[in-house]
Design a protein. Structure first.
Length: 398
């Protein structure tokens, strides 16, 4: 088996819903990044495939968006495209798929990642049985993710102050990361066809956030819980008792637009293009988990990917755990015993937003940039996934 190497990683800034990127179709977000690769040494005629994760694959994000992005970028017609969906882990699993093909020798260089315009294609626009056929899924006790996050907080005894404090930390770490230029290598500014700058930094962060401001926000999922979903949780997990609804818009991930790409290739492909490999993909996995407490999966995914890699947790320098909700990361930290000072060190989706299909690729690029900045060796990325799943990947800097 050949090594699957990360040759480059880049992303757009994340635009707030109905913000600076709302006028940009998702095919242009992805296509713009593909065009940018040419200037970073990735010749279009060397790309074997483009694999993109997209969650709401309907309307402007329907069809095979990756192939449309190839056309929008002006890449050679021989470059195909493929679209994948594992909800919030779609971008990471697109990279996993690319890594498997490179390691197997089927391909030499694949561009993988994801794109999501949540302004133009709202979450849930694609329907699906989770939204339309509750009777068939009733035995699984599925609930909205926000109620699941509140149930996890209740299970762990995490208070409103706990989740708000974590959210404030995310904002503060993000502000520090931007101030120190940590994202400079990866960010590709978005411009209009006339060359006018639309956005060159993440639009969602609120660096002036305070505990008082966060405490003033109303619980976002209390009404959903009262409508019957709290009862579903108690039926599946009677040990929980009452559900404390502690999550708000301030301590949950932001709804944003964005795209990200990771170039995965063989050593030979990198050498022929004059690209120095930045990291190797050591191991990756996806798992199913409790569909009611559906956001706890990153714990098992972390354990499995470390076990398969034969790496101890203490030998990992950085962890990126998607901040879907504050309780997800707090639960993961407690269950794994990982060091909070090595986890989400540049903030996360609570501050910068969670463009569903792109987030896994964004987290991987963030981890790689930070490994290089610190001179670290290994990083682990993991995301919870709707319906009770999770994905994880371990990389090692070269």
């Amino acid at each position: 088996m050949a090594e699957a190497l990360i040759l480059d990683a880049l992303r757009t800034p994340r635009g707030r819903r109905r913000g600076a990127l709302a006028s940009v179709p998702p095919v242009q977000l992805a296509g713009g990044l593909l065009r940018a690769l040419e200037g970073r040494g990735v010749a279009g005629d060397r790309i074997d495939d483009v694999v993109l994760g997209t969650v709401s694959a309907v309307g402007e994000q329907g069809g095979v968006l990756a192939r449309a992005a190839v056309h929008a970028a002006g890449l050679p017609e021989a470059v195909p495209g493929m679209q994948v969906n594992r909800y919030c882990a779609s971008g990471l699993d697109a990279i996993t798929a690319a890594a498997g093909r490179v390691a197997a020798g089927f391909d030499e260089l694949i561009v993988a990642g994801g794109v999501e315009s949540m302004s133009r294609v709202p979450l849930g626009a694609d329907g699906g049985p989770y939204a339309t056929d509750a009777s068939a899924l009733e035995p699984w006790s599925l609930i909205p993710q926000g109620v699941s996050a509140d149930a996890i907080a209740s299970m762990g005894g995490f208070t409103r102050e706990d989740v708000d404090a974590y959210a404030l930390q995310s904002q503060q770490r993000t502000a520090a990361a931007w101030r120190e230029g940590r994202f400079a290598r990866s960010i590709v500014p978005i411009v209009t066809p006339d060359g006018e700058l639309l956005l060159d930094r993440d639009e969602h962060p609120r660096p002036d956030s305070t505990m008082a401001a966060l405490a003033s926000l109303r619980p976002a999922f209390e009404g959903m819980g009262a409508s019957g979903f709290d009862a579903v949780v108690r039926q599946a997990h009677p040990e929980l008792g009452e559900i404390a609804h502690v999550h708000t818009a301030g301590n949950s991930s932001g709804i944003v637009d964005g795209a990200a790409l990771v170039v995965v290739g063989s050593a030979a492909a990198g050498a022929s293009l004059g690209l120095e490999p930045r990291a190797r993909i050591v191991a990756a996995t996806s798992i199913g988990s409790d569909p009611t407490l559906m956001l706890t999966g990153p714990v098992a995914a972390t354990e499995r990917v470390l076990s398969r890699a034969g790496v101890r947790q203490e030998d990992v320098d950085l962890f990126e755990v998607n901040e879907a909700f504050a309780s997800v990361v707090l639960h993961w930290l407690r269950a794994t015993g990982a060091d909070p000072e090595r986890t989400n060190v540049s903030g996360g989706a609570i501050a910068m937003g969670h463009p569903l299909g792109a987030s896994g690729a964004i987290l991987l690029g963030t981890a790689l940039d930070e490994l290089e900045r610190r001179g670290g060796r290994r990083a682990l990325v993991t995301l919870c996934v709707g319906g009770g799943m999770a994905s994880a990947m371990l990389i090692e800097r070269i």
